[in-house]
Structure formats: C-alpha cells, structure tokens
Design a protein around this ligand. Structure first.
Ligand code: AR6
Length: 171
C-alpha cells in the first residue's frame, strides 16, 4: 500500500515517475500548471499532445479523462494530462473532478509509474474552491491507493493556503 503526501512546491521540479498536468481539453497548453509544464518540459510534450489531438482526440479530451505523454526535459518520465471541470454553482461536477484523479492513477498504473505527483486540479483558473477541491482529491486518491500498487502519491501545492487545505485533509 502506498503513501499519500503533501508538499509545498512546483510540480515541474518533482522527481517522480509521473507528474499530472491540469490541462484543458484542447491539450495545447495554457497558463498555470499547464504553462509551467510545457515551458520547463520543452517542445516535445506539445508535439505529442498535437499528435494525440490529431489521432485519438480530434474533439479534445473531455473533462474527467487523462492521457499520458513523455515528460521531455522534466525530471519525471511521464506527464499525465488531465482535464478538470470548470467550477459551476449551477451543476455538481464533483464526479468529474474525482474522475481526474482516478483516471490519472489508472493511466499511471498502466505505464508502470510507482510515484505520481498531482497539482490541485481545477483550483486555479477553473475556479474550484480550494477546500472542496482538496476534499475530493484526497478521497479519490486514497481510494485508488488503497487498491493499487503505488509507492507514493504526492500532492504538490503552490502556496501555503493550498498546502494547508491538503495537509488538513490528509490529517
Ligand atoms: N506547480 C504546482 N501547482 C501550481 C503551479 C506549479 N508550477 N502553478 C500553479 N499551480 P491551474 P486549473 C497551482 O490554473 O484550475 C490552464 O490555463 C495553482 O495555484 O494551473 O485546473 C489550463 O490550460 C492552483 O492551485 O489549473 C486550463 O485552461 C492549481 O495549481 C486551466 O488553466 C491549479 O491551477 C486549468 O485550470
């Protein structure tokens, strides 16, 4: 059984098998985590994403799904791109957010990744309230880690507020 950890830091610097990208369905980069991963990881990640768009996902990757590329110049071996839901007060999209974590870990498992780092998906540009995002993330990952064979699943939080929200949930 693997351990769940939370650290303050930058997702692009993690020495793990796979880092998860908080992407959008176009898979062609953006700001936040997505921007940092493409900037630090180099052009090969974008080239692979374009290939995925042209072949497997012509209409884009739907929210809640995940797909992997190699990690280019990053210390990790793979980037698992997942698309979080945009926060909505009109509709409960928490199932999609939980699915991002579950699907990313399913992809990690297929790749043979034993250490995986996640950002706080959807809690930046996509507007998900941090405490609720942390609750959903920890519950979804805990369940997957109990069932599967990971050495470590690490939440990497960019600032104190996010770190504290996750650390509280991990108890
Ligand atoms: N390492 C770890 N966490 C980070 C980093 C980093 N380098 N940079 C930001 N964060 P966001 P989303 C935190 O906006 O809400 C993009 O444009 C940030 O403080 O990256 O899922 C995509 O292309 C926040 O807590 O992802 C999409 O269009 C968390 O990571 C859209 O934004 C997630 O913030 C996705 O929005």
């Amino acid at each position: 059984m693997g351990v769940l950890t939370a650290v303050r830091g930058d997702i692009t610097e993690q020495q793990v098998d796979a880092v998860v990208n908080a992407a959008n369905s176009a898979l062609l980069g953006g700001a936040g985590v997505d921007g940092a991963i493409h900037r630090r990881g180099g052009k090969s990640i974008l080239a692979e994403c374009r290939e995925l768009r042209a072949t497997a996902y012509p209409d884009g990757l739907p929210a809640g799904r995940a797909v992997a590329t190699a990690a280019g110049l990053l210390p990790a071996r793979w980037v698992i791109h997942t698309v979080g839901p945009v926060w909505s007060t009109a509709e409960d999209r928490s199932g999609q957010l939980a699915s991002c974590y579950r699907e990313s870990l399913a992809v990690a498992r297929e790749l043979g990744a034993r250490t995986v780092a996640f950002p706080a998906v959807s809690t930046g540009a996509f507007g998900w309230p941090l405490d609720d995002g942390a609750r959903i993330a920890v519950a979804a990952v805990q369940e997957a880690v109990d069932k599967r064979d990971f050495d470590e699943v690490r939440f990497v939080l960019f600032d104190d507020r996010a770190y504290e929200a996750f650390a509280r949930r991990l108890g």
